[in-house]
Design a protein around this ligand. Structure first.
Ligand SMILES: [Zn+2]
Length: 84
């Protein structure tokens, strides 16, 4: 199997399998399986287009998480305050 061959000099081959938005979103959320994450990261090494799209998803997910914290503060925040 040539699965693990490092052929970064062949971006044209990688470009035929761009990462789906669903996968980028799941990756940003940390919900992508380890195997799928590894495959995605390998693609991102040679594809700035998908890397830019992932950055967009990260921004979106970060904003969503920020909004969630405002609505429901994490219990950890309370204990970290050192209340006596
Ligand atoms: Zn791509």
């Amino acid at each position: 199997m040539d699965f693990k061959v490092r052929n970064r000099s062949l971006p044209s081959e990688m470009a035929t399998h761009h990462t789906a938005d669903d996968d980028l979103e799941a990756y940003s959320l940390g919900q992508l399986s380890p195997a799928a994450s590894a495959h995605l990261e390998e693609h991102l090494l040679g594809c700035t287009g998908c890397l830019d799209r992932l950055a967009g998803w990260d921004e979106y997910v970060g904003a969503m998480r920020g909004a969630c914290r405002l609505l429901r503060p994490s219990p950890r925040v309370r204990t970290a305050g050192g209340h006596q």
